[in-house]
Design a protein around this ligand. Structure first.
Ligand SMILES: Nc1nc2c(c(=O)[nH]1)N[C@H]1C(S)=C(S)[C@@H](COP(=O)(O)OP(=O)(O)OC[C@H]3O[C@@H](n4cnc5c(=O)[nH]c(N)nc54)[C@H](O)[C@@H]3O)O[C@H]1N2
Ligand SMILES: Nc1nc2c(c(=O)[nH]1)N[C@H]1C(S)=C(S)[C@@H](COP(=O)(O)OP(=O)(O)OC[C@H]3O[C@@H](n4cnc5c(=O)[nH]c(N)nc54)[C@H](O)[C@@H]3O)O[C@H]1N2
Ligand SMILES: [Mo]
Length: 832
């Protein structure tokens, strides 16, 4: 109204969101007009840096800021381009692509995502990539009848595409979908579930293995047809664990009808064997599936019960329910196409996977999907849009899964970020993010470990400058004291932010970014569109391409960071490189490609992207008017296994090779705290550091969880969301099981300390007693406990707890194959 935002509403015409907004969307207005926002560029005048040390900010002009930054960037570019470290957050999503692009154009491999990636789902994303050719997956809600959630509040309060999925999951529940939630705490999803299974933290892998054992060995309930034709379950494996290959190097399969071994892609292959033992080329071998089946036998429900604290009878029952609900063998017809019908799905994320042996845990849970054949089946577990045939008029944007070496599936659209298959090359580290040591990892955390000790990793050049685009790494990664050492070591630190938060206190210059309501954002790249732009699943529904459009002009001297990056590219003299990266990221074609001999403003670039994908009539002007461009989603774009032939692994044979390569480098670097044990072809459960902590007093596990009305830490500053937090009985408290609390003499709302067995730090908060939490667990919401006085709402007393003081920043706390931190820790809890 008169250029002032008074209300935010969703666009009912957009298939993403369906017009619904979550609390954070509704409260965005309070971020736009927050009087504590940063409105002008500032520079520090106090050279001393540290937690709580006042930088003594003074206001400077944009010209001074950009001159200083550009000059430094020019020097780094002349000298050693890798001296630039780019850090970004997933919060200002529509800008981080350009931050990422700027780093690529500059030529530095050193990018860092703050706590993102590292905490989110590195192992989940790895297996989503390997099994579903996707970034993540969703249940096929419209057809699913049995959904298991392991440590994720999907469709209810968090995870991805909530505003769309909440409606779909609610309708599925009304339609009779059974919801089983595995979580130490009765959180949002468990609250809506038919059954809540309070598991001991870090033991989900054992539960999944127990279920697989029941399915494969007790019930013999598995999808043999799917395993034989769509997985490598039929590939013959020798006693050394490697595939048996023919003279041309192709893995072999035993054909039971022909009674001989044939190459996996031999068109005469009739009847691939999944079981049995064979002698081929005089070598004894077994199908990979037979090895898995045998391997999981040790995970009896009784044995796993001791690990998970869930009863053996429960494990047997849910395995049977899940396996039966999958309707193995059934087919259905949709739009004239006959498709696999498997209305049972398993989704897992942060809670389940973020532990010491994340790779093996994610592998075990994911195999529940594979053995029941529900991958990309009607009613099953569906990847986030791995296939797009494009807008009807242009066939763009389009992408597809690929078939990699040995006939195995590889993801298409997110290859640029780090393919899981075939894995990246391993070498002595060149980059601070250690991508060379984590060839399977998607999100990298290297800088938190390498900036203070590059010599340990044989990195032989220093970081000269960090640019951060949002993110509060000081708080969002692990032990803030250790992260402070990292930030302090960076000679020149420029932050784009909308607040002066705890991390920006270490910056030399802070630039006032526009927030999402003041910005023409980046249209989704094909990769982003696949994963976040359009809701996963929804065969017969619609694709909807949309981007972030400004509701108002930026207030004060705030500027759209995207435009600032383009301006910096000009000043540094790297326009051509920047445009080449934009052309590549958005897959621009023909006349719409940017030409380095011209200068384009950001709105021109957005206009070209739209016109390239949707034709000359659908440029920026049209999108400003209509908000979204829609077209039908084809059945084969969702259930694509019928048209793309890549097999998914159930036996991760190539991990042997990866292990050998990484081991060589680890030895060379003498990294004795780098665990290689997860590089194995079949899953196992192994304990977390916390399971082995036996010192008296440290008798509880601390975990964190999300509430639907906060995003990590940054929304704690939003007054409306803070009000919701105050009304919520748990969000700003430390939840303790009521019986456990009673034994410790802790009463409702007592001030208590939670002291970490691993960092020695302790956090303080008020106790909330509840029955809905495992007796061995204390639960802390999101990322509160801010201390920056520039966040006056968030930094008041009693605004939650900064959980990460409890988690050490150490390699031994990492799953070193997927680069996932172990987020459970043993703690001592006592009254304060
Ligand atoms: N204890 C605990 N730790 C966590 C999590 C948790 O829930 N609890 N979550 C983990 C996960 S999964 C993730 S992904 C990470 C996230 O970790 P971070 O990405 O570090 O997220 P936040 O700590 O919320 O910091 C967001 C930052 O972005 C800034 N910001 C917001 N909007 C804009 C904008 O438009 N432009 C710019 N330039 N900046 C903006 C905010 O001011 C803030 O500094 O944290 C991880 N760590
Ligand atoms: N509202 C909201 N939505 C978000 C975000 C947000 O900050 N706020 N962040 C986005 C991002 S970046 C991410 S990564 C996703 C994360 O999405 P989710 O993975 O759904 O994240 P959480 O809601 O933290 O769910 C983790 C659950 O795991 C449980 N848990 C903890 N430890 C264990 C364990 O060992 N085993 C099991 N089984 N459960 C455990 C916790 O109690 C919690 O309920 O959400 C995205 N969506
Ligand atoms: Mo995340």
């Amino acid at each position: 109204m008169n250029g002032v935002v008074v209300k935010i509403e969703g666009n009912p015409d957009n298939p993403s969101g369906l017009g619904r907004l979550c609390p954070r969307g509704l409260a965005g207005i309070m971020t736009l007009y927050d009087p504590s926002r940063l409105n002008f560029p500032v520079k520090r005048t106090n050279p001393d840096k540290g937690i709580g040390v006042d930088p003594k900010w003074v206001r400077i002009s944009w010209d001074e800021a950009l001159d200083t930054i550009a000059e430094r960037l020019r020097k780094i570019r002349e000298n050693e381009v890798k001296g630039l470290l780019m850090q970004y957050s997933v919060v200002p999503l529509a800008g981080h692509q350009v931050a990422f692009g700027f780093a690529a154009a500059f030529g530095t491999p050193n990018i860092w995502q703050s706590g993102a990636g590292y905490h989110c789902g590195n192992a989940e994303h790895l297996f989503s990539g390997l099994i579903h050719a996707s970034w993540y997956k969703q249940p096929d809600y419209e057809h699913c009848k049995y959904l298991m959630l392991f440590g994720v509040n999907a469709g209810v309060s968090t995870y991805y595409q909530l505003s769309t999925m909440a409606q779909r999951s609610a309708e599925a529940r009304i339609g009779g979908m059974r919801l089983v939630v595995i979580d130490p705490m009765l959180n949002a999803a468990a609250e809506k579930a038919d059954e809540w299974l309070p598991i001991r933290p870090g033991t989900d892998g054992a539960l999944a293995l127990g279920m697989i054992n029941v399915l494969l060995n007790e019930l013999e309930l598995y999808d043999a047809e799917f395993l034989a034709r769509h997985t490598n379950g039929s590939y013959l494996v020798k006693s050394d664990g490697r595939y048996l290959r023919n003279a041309s190097g192709k893995p072999l399969i035993w054909d039971s009808t022909a009674t001989e071994a044939k190459a996996f892609d031999d068109p005469t292959l009739m009847d691939p064997a999944l079981l049995g033992e064979y002698k081929v080329q005089n070598v004894a071998c077994r199908p990979a599936f037979a090895i898995l089946k045998e391997h999981v036998k040790k995970y009896t429900p009784e044995a796993t019960s001791k690990i998970t604290t869930l009863g053996a009878d429960t494990v047997r029952r849910i395995a049977r329910e899940f396996g039966t609900a999958a309707c193995i063998g059934s087919r259905t017809i949709m739009e004239g196409k006959e498709l696999r019908y498997r209305p049972a799905a398993v989704i897992y994320m942060k809670g389940a996977q973020s532990h010491r042996h994340a790779t093996l845990t994610a592998m075990a849970i994911e195999l529940l999907n594979v053995v029941t054949g529900n991958c990309e089946a009607v009613g099953g577990t569906i990847g986030s849009n791995p296939l797009s045939l494009g807008y009807p008029g242009t066939g763009l944007p389009s992408w597809s899964p690929v078939v990699g070496p040995d006939g195995l599936l590889g993801p298409g659209p997110w290859l640029p970020m780090g393919r899981p298959y075939p894995p990246r090359d391993v070498s002595t580290p060149v980059s601070y993010n250690l991508s060379e040591l984590f060839p399977l990892s998607i999100g990298l955390l290297g800088p938190a470990f390498t900036v203070t000790q590059p010599e340990k990793f044989k990195i032989n050049y220093p970081i000269e400058m960090q640019i951060s685009h949002g993110g509060n790494p000081l708080m969002s990664i692990a032990d803030p004291q250790k992260v402070a050492d990292v930030l302090k070591k960076i000679p020149f630190y420029v932050a784009f932010n909308i607040y002066l938060d705890e991390s920006t206190e270490f910056a030399d210059i802070v630039l006032p970014d526009s927030c999402y309501l003041e910005r023409l954002g980046a249209p989704p790249t094909p990769m982003m569109f696949a994963h976040w732009g359009s809701p996963a699943g929804l065969a017969g529904g619609e694709w909807g391409y949309y981007s972030m459009l400004p509701a108002v002009e930026p207030l004060y001297e705030r500027r759209n960071s995207i435009q600032v990056f383009l301006e910096l590219a000009e000043r540094v003299g790297m326009r051509g490189d920047m445009y080449a990266v934009i052309n590549a990221m958005w897959l621009l074609k023909g006349a719409y490609r940017l030409d380095a001999s011209q200068r384009y403003e950001w709105p021109d670039i957005v206009d070209r992207i739209y016109k390239c994908y949707f034709g000359p009539d659908h440029g920026l002007e049209s999108i400003m008017k209509n908000g979204v461009i829609k077209w039908p989603k084809k059945v084969e774009e969702v259930y694509w296994k019928e048209i793309i032939n890549g097999r998914v692994p159930i036996y991760f044979e190539y991990f042997f090779k990866v292990k050998d390569q990484v081991e060589k480098i680890v030895k060379e670097l003498e990294l004795d705290d780098f665990d290689l044990s997860d590089y194995q072809p079949v899953p196992d459960w192994r304990p977390c550091v916390s399971h082995e902590e036996k010192r008296p007093g440290y008798d509880l596990y601390a975990i964190y969880y999300r509430v639907p009305f906060h995003t990590f830490g940054y929304t704690f500053q939003n007054p409306w969301l803070d009000e919701v937090g105050e009304l919520d009985p748990y969000a700003y408290y430390i939840t303790v099981n009521a019986d456990t609390a009673f034994k410790k003499g802790i009463r409702e709302h007592d001030w208590i300390y939670v002291e970490s067995a691993e960092t020695g730090h302790r956090v303080k908060g008020r106790a909330k007693l509840a029955q809905g939490i495992h007796p061995e667990v204390v639960g802390i919401a999101n990322l509160g406990g801010h201390w920056s006085k520039n966040l006056p709402v968030a930094s008041r007393d009693g605004k939650g707890v900064c959980f990460n003081w409890l988690i050490p920043l150490e390699l031994k706390k990492l799953d070193t194959s997927s680069c996932t931190p172990d987020l459970c820790v043993k703690v001592k809890v006592y009254r304060g």
